[in-house]
Design a binder for this molecule. Structure first.
Ligand SMILES: [Zn+2]
Length: 224
């Protein structure tokens, strides 16, 4: 089973558009942040056991797999996930391919052309890590300086292709804080492996969890 499939839809103008599914599959194999429980699904009713239907229950954290972080994740009086405006999780998005070894820093992105209020997604070598069951601490991360550049460019949201955009060892989580202070939303756990750099329309709607800090989402990019 592949993590990403390409499909076509007929868009509102009648033209066929390619869709990229940039979500990761949720299963017990999905890598999770160290110390957090893996996704777990249990059948409550099972056709294989001769019962009348398949009905399952599942458990996961608010940050498992592809998900949206609200500013309330780190700042108590900020919007929770059910209050995140649609224009921060749906809209014009640009995928930038970043060939960096260790981190994305301010100077790496300062010269990029980024429209204010647009959604920016960074494709890195992290997208190859989704085939590994265990969390990798050596993922490419975003620095505080990168956060300040994105804040100053007035982006609506930032998408990232691994589980946490801040450096693993930095408990201050400065990238998150810089963005959340300005209500910029984080889309995490994206798999951009098969997506060419360029402009798209993004749809990444988090589940409407009342007073939630974050929530799982299905994320797709529609070609323009
Ligand atoms: Zn998160």
């Amino acid at each position: 089973m592949t993590a990403i499939s390409n499909e076509e839809i007929t868009w509102t103008d009648g033209i066929e558009k390619k869709i990229y599914d940039i979500s990761v599959s949720l299963s017990s194999e999905t890598p999770v942040f160290p110390g957090q429980p893996r996704f777990d699904k249990q059948f409550m009713l099972s056709l294989a056991k001769g019962e009348r239907a398949n009905v399952s229950g599942f458990s996961l954290t608010s940050h498992t797999g592809t998900h949206v972080d609200s500013p309330n994740h780190f700042i108590e009086d900020k919007d929770t996930i059910d209050k995140v405006p649609f224009n921060r999780v749906m809209g014009r998005a640009h995928v930038f391919e970043m060939n960096v070894a260790e981190k994305i820093d301010g100077p790496d992105i300062r010269s990029l052309t980024i429209e204010p209020k647009s959604i920016v997604l960074f494709k890195t070598k992290n997208s190859n890590l989704w085939t590994e069951r265990d969390f990798r601490k050596d993922y490419v991360y975003l620095t505080k300086g990168a956060g300040e550049v994105l804040r100053d460019k007035d982006v609506a949201a930032v998408g990232f292709d691994y589980i946490i955009p801040d450096e693993f060892e930095n408990q201050e989580r400065p990238f998150h804080h810089v963005l959340f202070k300005k209500d910029i939303i984080l889309l995490e756990g994206l798999n951009l492996n098969r997506v060419p750099a360029g402009d798209y329309f993004l749809i990444c709607l988090p589940l409407k969890i009342k007073d939630g800090d974050a929530a799982p989402a299905r994320a797709v990019l529609v070609e323009l």
